[in-house]
Design a binder for this molecule. Structure first.
Ligand code: DOR
Ligand code: ZN
Length: 345
C-alpha cells in the first residue's frame, strides 16, 4: 500500500468560532495539525491582546487530552486598532499576526478596515516589529464583478501596500487566481500565500453541479479552471511562498442551506487527506511535506514539528455530518463520500 510519512503539518489559516462550535471543531484540527493560525472574525471580533489570550484559553480547553496542539492567535484590525496593544501583545507571545479584513468582504467583517490609509500607523508598527499582515485580498466595491475582486485587490491595494511598506511581511490568504499565485512569488520571502483544499480541488462549476451547492460556497468564491490549474502548479512548485492554510470555516448546515447562505467550507475533518489527493494527482507527493509542514513555519519563523505522521492510500468514509451539541450540524467537505487517503494506525 502506498504511504507517505512527513512532519505533522501546520494549518496557517483556520476558523474555530466559539462556544459549542469551537468545542466540536477544534479536535479535528488539533488531531491533524501541530499548530494552526486562528482567525479572529468572531462576534464580536478578537481585537485586543487580552481578548486573544482569553480566546486562546478557550481553544486550549477544547484540545483533546493527550493531543499536542498550539493555537496561534491573530488580531482583527479595525480603523481604530491600537498599534501599541498589538505590539505589546506580539511581544508577550499572544499575537503572531494581524488580519486585515476589508470591511464587508466576508463573514463577520463588518468591523473591518474601511480604507488601508486608516491603519497606516499600525502597518508601520508591524513593519518595524516584524509582525506579519494577513490579508483577505478582495475589493468590496459593488461595481466590481465578484470573480474579479482578488485580481483588482492585488493591483489596487496589495502591490501599492508592499511598495509603501518595503519591510512589511504579508500573507495573501486563500489565493484563488492565477494573478494571486503569480504575485505571491514575486516579492521574495516577504510575501507568502495560503491555498485551501477546495480551491485546489474544484473550479466554479462545482457551485452549480446539478443544482445550487451551498456547501461549495466560500469567499473568495471558486474560480475558473485556468485558475485552479495555476493554484495546483503553485502548490506543487516547491517554492516556499506557498503553504497550507485550509480556511476551514464551519457554519451550521441550516445557515448554509438558506435563502442567503453563509460563505465557508468546513474542511478540517478531511483537510490533510484532501491536500494529499491533490499532490498525488499531480505526481508531486515529494513536494507535500514542504508545503504542508515546513514552508508555513519558515515564513512565520517557528520550528516545524519534529513528530512524524504517516498517511496511507486507503479510502476512508466521511460522516454525513458533525453534530454540535443540541444546536445544529456541520457538513464537511467530502461529507457522505470517501477520501482516498487516511491516517495510518
Ligand atoms: O468563505 C469564507 N468563510 N471566507 C472567509 O473569508 C471567511 C470565512 C468565514 O469566517 O466563514
Ligand atoms: Zn478565512
Amino acid at each position: 500500500m502506498q504511504s507517505l510519512t512527513f512532519r505533522r503539518p501546520s494549518d496557517l489559516h483556520v476558523h474555530f468560532r466559539d462556544s459549542e462550535v469551537l468545542e466540536a471543531v477544534v479536535p479535528f484540527t488539533a488531531r491533524a495539525f501541530c499548530t494552526a493560525t486562528v482567525m479572529p472574525n468572531l462576534v464580536p471580533p478578537v481585537r485586543t491582546a487580552r481578548e486573544a489570550a482569553a480566546y486562546r484559553d478557550r481553544i486550549n480547553a477544547a484540545v483533546p487530552n493527550g493531543v499536542r496542539f498550539e493555537p496561534r492567535m491573530t488580531c482583527y484590525l479595525t480603523d481604530q486598532s491600537d498599534p501599541q496593544d498589538l505590539s505589546e501583545g506580539h511581544k508577550a507571545g499572544i499575537f503572531t499576526a494581524a488580519k486585515l479584513y476589508p470591511a464587508h468582504a466576508t463573514t463577520n467583517s463588518g468591523h473591518g478596515v474601511t480604507s488601508i490609509d486608516k491603519i497606516q500607523r499600525v502597518l508601520e508598527t508591524m513593519q518595524d516589529r516584524g509582525i506579519p499582515l494577513l490579508i483577505h485580498g478582495e475589493v468590496t466595491r459593488h461595481d466590481v464583478d465578484i470573480f474579479d475582486r482578488e485580481k483588482i485587490f492585488i493591483d489596487e491595494i496589495l502591490i501599492p501596500t508592499l511598495q509603501r511598506y518595503p519591510r512589511l511581511r504579508v500573507v495573501l490568504e486563500h489565493i484563488t487566481t492565477k494573478e494571486g499565485a503569480d504575485v505571491a512569488s514575486s516579492f521574495g520571502n516577504r510575501l507568502g500565500a495560503t491555498i485551501t483544499p477546495q480551491h485546489l480541488l474544484f473550479n466554479r462549476n462545482a457551485l452549480f453541479d446539478g443544482g445550487l451547492r451551498p456547501h461549495m460556497y466560500c469567499l473568495p468564491v471558486l474560480k475558473r479552471e485556468v485558475h485552479r490549474e495555476a493554484l495546483r502548479k503553485a502548490a506543487t512548485s516547491g517554492l516556499p511562498n506557498y503553504f497550507l492554510g485550509t480556511d476551514s470555516a464551519p457554519h451550521f448546515q441550516h445557515l448554509k442551506e438558506a435563502d442567503c447562505g453563509c460563505a465557508g467550507v468546513f474542511s478540517a475533518p478531511v483537510a490533510v487527506e484532501a491536500y494529499l489527493q491533490v499532490f498525488d494527482e499531480e505526481n508531486a507527493l515529494d513536494k507535500f511535506e514542504n508545503f504542508a509542514s515546513v514552508f508555513g513555519p519558515q515564513f512565520y519563523g517557528f520550528e516545524p514539528s519534529s513528530t512524524l505522521v504517516t498517511y496511507v492510500k486507503k479510502p476512508r468514509q466521511v460522516p454525513a455530518s458533525v453534530q454540535v451539541a443540541n444546536v445544529g450540524s456541520l457538513k464537511s467537505l467530502f461529507a457522505n463520500d470517501e477520501v482516498a487517503w487516511s491516517l495510518a494506525g
